[in-house]
Design a protein around this ligand. Structure first.
Ligand code: MG
Length: 373
């Protein structure tokens, strides 16, 4: 096994767990974190949560679960190539989307609007809330009692006001300090994963065409390369050959640019990483290509009228549910009604955010359709 770089997070250079526990026997502390995340209830729910397409629209589209696994794969590969703690990197990646509401960003925006007067709703903070408080699996503590650095990586952004509420974990947002390189990698691996799989899912659903994508330099360049190498390739394989080349090019660029920045800053310890500017990044040229790529997806896919119809419906379902429970919290399942003793809106937000797409649709029917129970 290659040794970690001196500035990687390790069991020794960690701030540990909130509730001290005996060290694991045959695993590292961060392997244990990854395992706890995989066994959590919130992780299993990712299977039935949407990224862009509503889960029931087709079996072949990505869900938040398969997205998280793809992010974990890229994060782990990059972390290992840079001699960083790949177990930590993987744990952060697997947990990064736990706090998402049903119906992707439309759901999050709707719930945030509903929670406007009660502290708002943010999926990233919700992911942390799940691993810190909402998972009920252990006798000795609420949540999963993860290592500090795993929690730090999950909390990728945060307003100053929230940062102050979060105390120690929020400090870096007030002190302008960076998280570990392992966390920084996960951020960009997330971007690489969703841009590329949205192309794949967009083509598969028929909402995007190869002709349209030829406008995007990153796609056109790699599609040409694939056609040159395999002149008689059918469409399905051409798409995969192109997408895998795009992922490969982005990962190689990320590795080269990050190594260049590490060499330039020459960090020696984890503390140097916290004090340095962001070291994980794309080259200038790739950043520009990615910007165009994302602008294309926003315009052609996320704003596609069929996607907008779906997000419009999603928004209505979330706000209907929220209003119904606010009007009469006794409609909540007993477990959430008990949580409402502390804060009714927050308990409702926790309940709604935890729903899968299909559960939210079913719950909406139960509350609003006469004849459903
Ligand atoms: Mg993600």
């Amino acid at each position: 096994m290659t040794e970690f770089a001196t500035y990687a997070v390790s069991d020794e250079y960690s701030r540990g767990r909130e509730y001290p526990e005996p060290r694991p026997q045959a695993r590292s502390e961060f392997q244990r974190d990854r395992d706890r995340i995989i066994h959590s209830t919130a992780f299993r729910r990712l299977e039935y949560k949407t990224q862009v397409f509503v889960n029931h629209e087709g079996d072949l589209f990505r869900t938040r679960l398969t997205h998280s696994i793809e992010v974990a794969q890229i994060t782990r590969a990059v972390a290992r190539a840079l001699r960083l703690n790949d177990d930590l990197a993987e744990a952060i990646a697997l947990a990064h989307d736990l706090g998402h509401t049903p119906f992707g960003h439309a759901g999050q925006d709707a719930l945030n609007e509903c929670m406007g007067d009660y502290g708002g709703f943010e999926h990233n903070l919700q992911s942390l809330r799940i691993v810190d408080r909402l998972e009920e699996r252990y006798g000795a503590f609420d949540g999963l009692n993860l290592m500090y650095e795993t929690r730090e990586g999950i909390l990728k952004h945060c307003s100053p006001a929230k940062a102050r509420e979060l105390g120690d974990l929020g400090r870096r947002f007030l002190d302008n300090r960076r998280p570990s390189l392992e966390a920084q990698i996960c951020n960009l691996a997330d971007e690489i994963a969703y841009n590329n799989h949205d192309v794949d899912d967009g083509l598969r659903s028929g909402l995007l065409s190869i002709e349209q994508l030829e406008e995007v330099s990153l796609f056109a360049r790699h599609a040409d390369e694939a056609r040159r190498e395999f002149p008689s390739l059918g469409e399905r394989r051409l798409i995969h050959e192109t997408v895998r080349r795009m992922i490969g090019a982005q990962v190689s660029d990320l590795l080269a640019e990050t190594q260049r920045r590490i060499d330039a800053h020459a960090p020696a310890t984890l503390d140097d990483i916290h004090a340095a500017p962001v070291l994980v990044g794309f080259s200038e040229a790739m950043r520009e290509e990615n910007r165009l790529f994302k602008a294309f997806l926003r315009q052609q896919l996320y704003q596609h009228y069929l996607v907008l119809r779906m997000t419009n419906k999603a928004r209505r379902i979330i706000s209907d549910l929220f209003s119904a429970f606010m009007a009469d919290p006794r409609l909540l399942p007993p477990q959430y009604l008990a949580m409402a003793a502390q804060s009714t809106p927050r308990a409702i937000a926790d309940y709604i955010a935890g729903m899968t797409d299909r559960y939210a649709m079913r719950e909406h029917r139960r509350l609003f359709a006469v004849g459903e129970i």
